[in-house]
Structure formats: structure tokens, C-alpha cells
Design a protein around this ligand. Sequence first.
Ligand code: ADP
Length: 588
Amino acid sequence: MSSIWQSGALPRLLAHVIARLPPRFQKGKMPYAFLFVMLVIGVLLFYTGITPYLESRVLYVAMAAFLAMLVVLVNRGLPLHWAVHMGTAAGTLMLTYAIWRTGGIFSPRCAWLLILPLTPFYTVSRRAGLFWLLAILSTYAILGLASALQWVPAFELDHIHAFSSYVTFSMVTAVLIIVPMIYDRMHVAALRKSRAYQEELERKRQELEHTLQMREHFIATVSHELRTPMNAILGFNALLLSRAQDKPEALKVLNHTRQSADHLMTVINDILDYSQLQTGSLVVQSEAFDLRELVTHAFDLFLPKVRSMSLDYRIDLDPALPQWVHSDRHRIMQVLVNLLGNALKFTHQGSVVLRVQWQNPGVLVSVQDTGIGIPAEQQAHIFRRFAQADSEIQARYGGNGLGLAISQRLVELLGGEIGFESAAGQGSRFWFQLPLQADKAPARRTDAGAEQPPLQTRTRPWRLLVADDHPVNRLLVKHVLQNSWPHAQILEATDGQQCLDMLALGPVDLVLMDMVMPVLDGIQATRRIRAEAAWQHIPVLGLTANVNPVDLQEFRKAGLNEVLLKPFDPAHLCHRVEHLLLAKGGEA
Ligand code: ADP
């Protein structure tokens, strides 16, 4: 039996039958009550066919009809417990009559009476079962009294048979009560166990969630701690580069430092991006941008590297490509740079071709190379994180195996698809398809990547305040600003509170505000600046190594005019500072 149940055949049959019952009998214990009544009606009709007592036939049919009527009434809304009490009362009356006619307290039918309380016991409540048990025992007492006083009509009786059937039915009744009670206890115990298991699972889930949060927090902190010194390294490197143009030896060394620092920055960004993609906190920032310009820019980035190689490095742009499209240009750039970087890394001779085809709508970008290719057995897991074709690749070419995993998730985030074909020793073709649509030109062109015009505000004696707890970063910003505005007075504050104190001392034209600082952080300091009537109009430029989107959003909401991420590009920083100074009304 249990194997039929475990195999699922019986539950399926039961579910099948239940689905076909009248609507009110499909939920909870109703299906079982319905099937039980049908069984009783069937037994009554069967007895009608076989009973030797003619007058009982009418009784059985009447009882079956009454039960059928109760089923109809319950289906129309009669509460189940009412129907059960009415059915049990009718059954008691019918049986009492039958017992009366067949020997009173000595009738074998007496035993049937004992079964009657079972229905209220299971379908209504234990209390209802007990009530009917007492009612039945009272009926027995009345029948016994009536038999003793010889009120019961005479009947041929076999006392031994009557007693034996009475004992049999009592035992069956006891078993029918006890077995389900044991089953019920087992069920409750199993339920308790499963609940405990569920609680344990829930605890584990919360622990896991907590661990994930801790991991995210850890990665964000590490990323912040890495970006802060990188800001100084890249910034001072850029400053030195601009001053060493006439010293070729120094230029060479500085370029090497720059490349290594850039590489380190890519690794830090990759790890951060991957973690944000994992937790779903990376958001797409769409804008209208020039697709041709973006693709060409990505292509051009590798020109210096290709110059030292004997490669046919080409770009093939579909003439049908629209100029303006709407999507996240930085993320598309990231995927392009990763695919081109890989192709050039793994190709020693032949060609690398970047092809962009317009599919109206949508764009198909492919990077085809004649490099080392990827062996068939490695192809299945090439998009997995930290996956490289084999350990020799890592030893020979380096890399962290995150680039393709990130590219795949970014393309999916942008609603596209990425894939590749490759043959070992012959080359690879990596492609991605994005559902881009042609867009209108934006009202104002974004200025990142564009050639910066000379500063108009250079000669004015500005008072600029740099709030940053990191002395090297303050020094860097100070150098960068002083370089561009030689007559400016650069003030320094080591935390938000000091920044406010300095503002109170005298007029300031612009504040460069770090986010994470002791005593009072940049977010709160910015809020206070915006709340003070005298300072409300001072431009505040956020400058932070914290790239967490939620923190950035809060920083912006505090009242920043703009925010730049560290490490920043010195020229870009100066351009943004000038933009804010001009907007404030400081013409040269
Ligand atoms: P990595 O930073 O190690 O290059 P990626 O995720 O970008 O990480 O690439 C994973 C692996 O896929 C590489 O290590 C390399 O084995 C293989 N691969 C990617 N692009 C190419 C290509 N154009 N030619 C050959 N192998 C490639």
C-alpha cells in the first residue's frame, strides 16, 4: 500500500477523482466526506438488494435518499457539521427502528450503532464524536430497559451470535478510532519534524544572505581601499607625464608605470563588476550616443599596441549603421575592449577584424582573429568565471579569466546575446548582438572622451576647497588644480566638519568633496552646505572611490552638482571644475 502511495499512482488517482467532484467538495476534508457518504449510500442500496426483511428495504432506500439530499444541500452551502449531525441522527433513528424490530438489545444490528459516532468524530470534531457516543450509549440503555420490560416485539434470537457480532463490531469500532489516532500522532510528529527542518533551512538561508551581504560589503571596501591609492598613482603619473614630454627616458618609464597601473585598475574593476553582476546591483545607464564613434574609439585604443606587431588590424563598419543609438555606452565599450583585447592577445600573425553590422533593428558586432583558437573540449566552459582554455594559457598569456564571464552578463543585461565559433590553431570569431534602435541626436553632446578646450577661467584668483581625509589624494587634487589655475588659492580640509568650519571662515568658489571621511562624511557635509542659505549656491563636486550605486545615489541626492569617480582623469576633473565655475557666473 505504502509503495503504491509512494509510487504516486494512488495520489494521482485521488487527485483525478477530486478534480471531478462538485465544486464544494474539492477542498480540505470535503472530498473524503463526500466519498464516505457515497460509500454509505452504496452499502445501503446493496443491503436493499439482499435483505430478507421487506420493510427494511423502504428504510434503506429512504436513508440513502436522505443522505443524497444532504450532499446536494451541502453543495449548495449547508455547513458540513450540520449535515453530519443530521445524517447521524437519521442513522440512529433508522438503526434503532431496525434493532427494535429484530430483538432489541439482543439484535446483532446493535453493533452498527457503535460505528455511527465515527463520522462526526472525523469530520466535525472529537467533541462531536464524544457527544454522539454518549447519545448512542443512552440509546443502548433505553433499548436494554425496553428489552428487560419486554416491550420489544418477540423475535427469534441466537444470543451467542448476537453477542459475538456485538464484540466484533465493538472491536472494529475501537480499531477504526485508534488506528487513525496513531496515524494522526505520527502525522503530527512528521509535521513537527518537517517544520523544524524548514526553520533550519530558513536559518541557513538567512545566514547565506548575511554572508552574501558581508561579501558585497567586503568587496566594496576592498575596492574603495584599492582605488584610493590607485587614484594617487595614476594621478601623479599623469602629472609627471605632462611635465616629462621633453625627457624621452623618463617618458618611457612613466608610460610603463601608467600601463601597469591601468592594468591593475582593469583587474580591480573586473572583480568589482563581477561581484555587482552576481548580486544584481549593477544597473544599466542608457543614453543616446554615437555608435560609430564608440566602436572606432574602442578600435583605436589598441592601435599603439598593434603598431609593434605584424598584424592586419582592421575595422569594417556597415554603411547602414545609424549614427545615434540608445543604450549603455560604457558597458558596450567594456565588452568591445575585452573582445578586442583577447583577440590581439591570442593572435600572433594574420589578422584581427572588428566588424559591425546593422540588422535593423539591432546590431551584430564580431571580432574575428586568426589566433591560437580554442580547442573543442574547452569551448563549453569558456564563459565561466575564472575559466581559461588551459593552465598553459594562464602561464603564457596571463589574465584572470573574468573578462568573458563579465562580457556575457553585460550583454545579457543589455538584452542581447553573445557567442563564438573557434577552431584550435585556426582562430576564433567572438560576436555579440544587441537589440539597439536608431535614436535622435541628444540635445547636448556628452563631453567624455572629447578633446578638452583650453580653460577660460585660468587667470582668476579662485578659492577652491578640497575636502579629503587622504593626504596624498589632497596633494594630488591640489597639484592638478594649481596646475590649471595658478592664481587660485587651494584650501584643504581633512573631514566634513573641517570643511564646514573653513566655509564659515570666508567665501569659497567651489568645494571638491570626498565621500568617505571621518567625523562627518561627505554626504552629511554636502547636506549641511545645501541647508545653509549662505552656502547653498556654492558648487560641490563629489570625488569618491566608492562605486557602490546605492551610496553614489545618496551622495548625489545630498545636493552634489556632479560626482567623479577616483581614479579621475586630471584633464577631465579640470574641465568639470571649469564648467561649474562658469555656471556659477565666473566669466574669465
Ligand atoms: P582572460 O582575462 O583570461 O583572457 P577571458 O574571460 O577574457 O579571460 O577569456 C577566458 C579564456 O578564453 C582565455 O583565457 C582564453 O583561453 C580563451 N579565449 C578568449 N578569447 C580568445 C581568443 N580570441 N582566442 C583564443 N582564446 C580565447
